[in-house]
Design a binder for this molecule. Structure first.
Ligand code: OAD
Length: 246
């Protein structure tokens, strides 16, 4: 991996001419902040579990206290993390482009902590608590193993989208509209394995957008992209912003 990543002139020009840029980020954008990606091996106590086996309504109902322990562990990791140059570059990019839509699959709030606003949280937010029964935002007694909903007395759950659950309607609609309207679509730090998020690039392509993938590892969808910039987002995104600002 070279220390810098040359951004092709034709891509810089496409960004300069863009009216609307849409960015989809995944766990890879937070990797340089020390937050494990979704498919990284989990560490320590949690190494025995697959995230896919914990992040489900069924797992929560089977053992809510275990699921709360897992999410409190993840909250601590993220709370101790800091945004990295990739997060800050995206926040800066929004100042250089007439319209930028940021859609994240991440639940770690790091884009917001780096200054990005109007972030579309496709999979919810790790730090929100919601009533398990009706999904409304709520604040419970966090000293309990399983916080209870102050309204209905039922269990609270972390405000993230679990496997098998639908994407929040507003997030899905806004994301599809942005992907269908943008001139350039950047897919950053995602394995592009999980739909419907991974399908947003298809909407952008069908709309004639220029597609860019930023990932140190080539993904299965790389051939569908006009540009595949092989590198860490914390290196490539600042280079991309620097190229624009020239
Ligand atoms: P994954 O763990 O599936 O993929 C992370 C991607 O980031 C991989 O393709 C890595 O190559 C790449 N990567 C690693 N380090 C990077 C870096 N420094 N810069 C750029 N890329 C880097 O995570 P996601 O694609 O985000 O859904 O996973 C998508 C969804 O799958 C998650 O949101 C989660 C999971 O199911 C839900 O929780 C509903």
């Amino acid at each position: 991996m070279t220390a810098t990543c040359d951004i092709p002139d034709v891509l810089v020009n496409a960004l300069r001419d863009a009216r609307h840029v849409c960015i989809l980020t995944g766990a890879g954008v937070s990797a340089e902040s020390g937050v494990p990606t979704f498919r990284d091996a989990q560490e320590g106590l949690w190494a025995q579990y697959e995230p896919q086996d914990l992040a489900t309504p069924e797992a929560f109902l089977a053992d809510p206290a275990l699921i709360w322990r897992w999410y409190r562990w993840r909250r601590q990791i993220v709370a101790d993390a800091k945004p990295n140059p990739g997060h800050y570059a995206i926040a800066r990019l929004a100042e250089l482009i007439p319209r930028l839509t940021l859609i994240t699959q991440n639940v770690d709030n790091l884009h917001q902590r780096a200054g990005s606003t109007d972030v579309i949280e496709f999979h919810g937010n790790l730090f929100e608590d919601r009533c398990f029964a009706d999904g409304t935002l709520a604040a419970g007694d966090d000293s309990l193993d399983v916080p209870m909903c102050p309204d209905c007395g039922g269990k609270l759950r972390p405000g993230v989208v679990w496997f098998g659950e639908v994407i929040p309607e507003a997030a899905l609609n806004e994301s599809c509209a942005a992907a269908s309207d943008c001139d350039v679509f950047l897919s950053v730090g995602t394995s592009s394995l999980v739909y419907p998020a991974a399908g947003l690039a298809d909407l952008a392509r069908d709309n004639g957008a220029t597609l860019v993938e930023i990932n140190p590892n080539s993904t299965m969808n790389a051939a569908d992209f006009d540009f595949a910039l092989a590198g860490k987002s914390g290196v490539v995104l600042p280079e991309l912003v620097a190229s624009l600002a020239l």
